[in-house]
Design a protein around this ligand. Structure first.
Ligand SMILES: NC(=O)c1ccc[n+]([C@@H]2O[C@H](COP(=O)([O-])OP(=O)(O)OC[C@H]3O[C@@H](n4cnc5c(N)ncnc54)[C@H](O)[C@@H]3O)[C@@H](O)[C@H]2O)c1
Length: 327
């Protein structure tokens, strides 16, 4: 289901849908679209770039544009962009006329190793990240790694975070080889690792939940610091992973590696002790919780596990995080 540039071009030339529309954002439209001749015959739906586009208003706009482009149940929607675009394209495809096919062409590192794979779609609400969404598996994911040449370094690093997460959770024996920047081979290896994991557990009843490592604190940080401080998704997850490593009571080499990497490569987290209650409150309404408690996926040296962590321990982790941020 993951295709290299050559087979991706062939797929685009031989599509057999009655109509095709491409969802993309304005940055990708100006930087990537001109190189993508194979897409030029199709309708284009352009949205504003950035996390704030993951909204009900953008969904309404895309659905209207899909209707105006004449898309039917036999049509295809393509997401050309980063995780914001692929999450939105997947969601709109899953609800338009009760569901049409979606295909993704990820253009950020984060989308190549993570967001475009596995069929999770979603938008944000005022009460949290990705609170509305569906599972809608793409019919194919097309890779054009050359597009990464335009991607700002900060976004490359944010993508590295999710690649490192998948590796430490699913292939811990190779984590030491995961150095920034990743090679093309490492990018597709991580993508294949995620794909293999999710194919056995599309709706996250089992091991797919390992990929949520860092996302309980991470989503709370993103919700609090995205708009005011411009913290990116991958950056919030980097700090979230670091915070959640507090719950690993075994000796780990990678905790010190990750602490140093995050401090050297990721913008400082604007967390202050007075934000503690807000973080805890946001985590209480996290959709990964169940009635019997809050669970965290963690990379123990003895193997990845999902463990229950109570609120007292979460507050302790935030106090520990303060010592890292301020020293
Ligand atoms: N569905 C999933 O399983 C999943 C997994 C991880 C993350 N996500 C979601 O992904 C989103 C983050 O994705 P992202 O980091 O790709 O952000 P993004 O989509 O906002 O892209 C980051 C920025 O890069 C620009 N851009 C995209 N491709 C470019 C290119 N080739 N060259 C230059 N600029 C380019 C975009 O316009 C945007 O400004 C979050 O909303 C997150 O929740 C989803």
């Amino acid at each position: 289901m993951i295709h290299d540039s050559q087979s991706s071009k062939e797929i685009l030339r031989s599509l057999s849908y009655d109509r095709v529309a491409i969802v993309t954002d304005k940055h990708v439209e100006s930087l990537v679209w001109p190189q993508m001749d194979e897409l030029h015959p199709f309708s284009k739906i352009v949205i504003d770039p950035g996390e704030s586009s993951k909204s009900q208003a953008t969904v309404s706009f895309i659905l209207d544009q899909m209707h105006q482009a004449g898309l039917s149940r036999k049509s295809l929607l393509v997401g050309l962009g980063g995780g914001v675009v692929t999450d939105l394209a997947g969601y709109c495809a899953s609800i338009y006329m009760r569901g049409i096919d979606v295909m993704h062409i990820p253009t950020t590192l984060l989308a190549m190793v993570d967001a475009a794979i596995g069929g999770k779609t979603g938008i944000n609400t005022h009460w949290g990240k990705n609170m509305v969404g569906t599972f809608h598996t793409p019919v194919a994911i097309l890779y054009f790694p050359d597009v990464l040449q335009h991607l700002p370094k900060r976004h490359h690093k944010a993508g590295f975070v999710e690649a490192w997460k998948t590796t430490i959770m699913c292939k811990p024996n190779v984590w030491k080889e995961m150095e920034y920047p990743l090679t093309r081979k490492q990018i597709t290896d991580v993508a294949e690792t995620k794909l293999t994991l999710v194919e056995t557990d599309i709706t996250e009843k089992g091991k797919r939940a390992w990929l949520n490592f860092g996302h309980s604190f991470g989503h709370a940080f993103e919700h609090l610091y995205h708009l005011e401080y411009g913290l990116l998704h991958g950056e919030a997850i980097a700090w979230g992973m670091l915070t959640e490593m507090y719950f690993i009571d075994e000796n780990t080499h990678y905790r010190s590696f990750w602490t140093n990497w995050v401090k050297a490569n990721i913008p400082p987290l604007p967390y202050k002790p007075e934000h503690c209650n807000q973080v805890i409150e946001l985590m209480r309404s996290d959709k990964k919780n169940s009635a019997d408690g809050q669970y965290f996926a963690l990379p123990f040296p003895s193997g990845s596990k999902i463990v229950a962590v109570d609120e007292g321990q979460q507050r302790e982790a935030l106090r520990w995080l303060e010592t890292i941020i301020y020293h």
